[in-house]
Design a protein around this ligand. Structure first.
Ligand SMILES: Cc1cc2nc3c(=O)[nH]c(=O)nc-3n(C[C@H](O)[C@H](O)[C@H](O)COP(=O)(O)OP(=O)(O)OC[C@H]3O[C@@H](n4cnc5c(N)ncnc54)[C@H](O)[C@@H]3O)c2cc1C
Length: 288
């Protein structure tokens, strides 16, 4: 099934994002986690793509398992950084052969050890080129893309990033998934700007519950701001991880309830492979 058909039939579409276990960890460690996620009845589960394709086989295998063994719709993330066009075609064909019809098509980040990385040497320089290529080869796939409420960190002007996003959606995107955010005002403002440039596809809100105080370092890199009330919360519980986890679950639940009240198209939970916390949030928000 194409995930876009879900957006056309229900609101909100509830999804979970998981990441494959590291290469030195057996693949089947993820299956116990998946059983627990399945019990929560998500509309689909997405599987991240390791930086530069380092774990591409795992992304293909896990997304295939989610679809074919767990009977849950799955979406494979795919980044084009460092890949030739032939490699991209091979990966997309492998997904299709495994019955995975949904792809989150991304450019990806430059390798951490190559600050002067030249995207011109890639098969595709931007996600929009990847999307246009996949769309031309396979009109039957559902393609999602990433959106940045505060602008992508490499783009100096938020307005330019929005125009680039419009080009990306025009290339053949079915729906957008946002980067994580902690202030719903940013989401509502983004919706307004997107409407002004003519973006009409569904936008699913990416929510990451705070699991640890490391969130400050993570968000600093991605350009996602932390509101003052969250800074206070992180400071208050910095020596008490259990209470920080509880407060993080409550914060995410409040954010989601507000988004649902405001008719959000979808909620995409960055689960960090933690079914227990995800279950609490889903229950708090009445999304079970
Ligand atoms: C929901 C979500 C899931 C993600 N999953 C993964 C994952 O699984 N694995 C992973 O490695 N990374 C993942 N990422 C991170 C992502 O790969 C990085 O943020 C990356 O830097 C940008 O990818 P993109 O697809 O958004 O790029 P693009 O849409 O190509 O944008 C990249 C930059 O180029 C600019 N740009 C675009 N088009 C043009 C143009 N024509 N001219 C000039 N500038 C242009 C944009 O404004 C932006 O600054 C994810 C991000 C999100 C939000």
């Amino acid at each position: 099934m194409k995930i876009i058909d879900l957006f056309n039939s229900k609101k909100p579409v509830v999804s979970f994002e998981i990441f494959p276990p590291k290469l030195d960890t057996p693949l089947d460690t993820i299956f116990d986690t998946l059983e627990k996620f399945k019990a929560l009845g998500p509309d689909y589960i997405s599987v991240t793509y390791g930086a530069g394709g380092s774990q591409k086989d795992r992304t293909i295998e896990i997304s295939s398992n989610i679809k074919n063994s767990y009977n849950i719709e799955s979406m494979a993330h795919l980044t084009c950084v460092g890949h030739s066009i032939e490699e991209i075609d091979y990966i997309v064909d492998s997904l299709i052969k495994n019955n995975v019809k949904n792809i989150l098509a991304l450019r990806g980040d430059p390798p951490a050890d190559q600050p002067d990385f030249n995207f011109d040497n890639n098969g595709f320089k931007y996600a929009s080129e990847l999307i246009s290529h996949i769309r031309k080869r396979n009109n039957d796939l559902c393609i999602a893309a990433a959106a940045y409420l505060e602008g992508h960190p490499e783009c100096l002007k938020i307005k330019d990033d929005m125009i680039n996003l419009k080009h990306k959606t025009d290339a053949g995107v079915d729906f957008l998934v946002t980067q994580l955010f902690f202030d719903n005002k940013l989401f509502y403002e983004f919706q307004e700007r997107a409407a002004i440039v003519g973006i009409k596809c569904p936008v699913t809100a990416g929510i990451m519950p705070i699991f640890s105080s490391k969130i400050k370092a993570m968000t600093a890199k991605s350009g996602c701001s932390i509101p003052a009330k969250l800074v206070l919360m992180l400071d208050k519980y910095q020596d008490n991880p259990d209470d920080l986890l509880k407060a993080g679950i409550e914060y995410a639940s409040i954010q989601i309830r507000d988004l649902v009240d405001n008719s959000v198209d979808g909620i995409h939970l960055y689960t960090m492979n933690r079914p227990k916390s995800s279950a609490e949030i889903i229950k708090n928000c009445g999304l079970l």
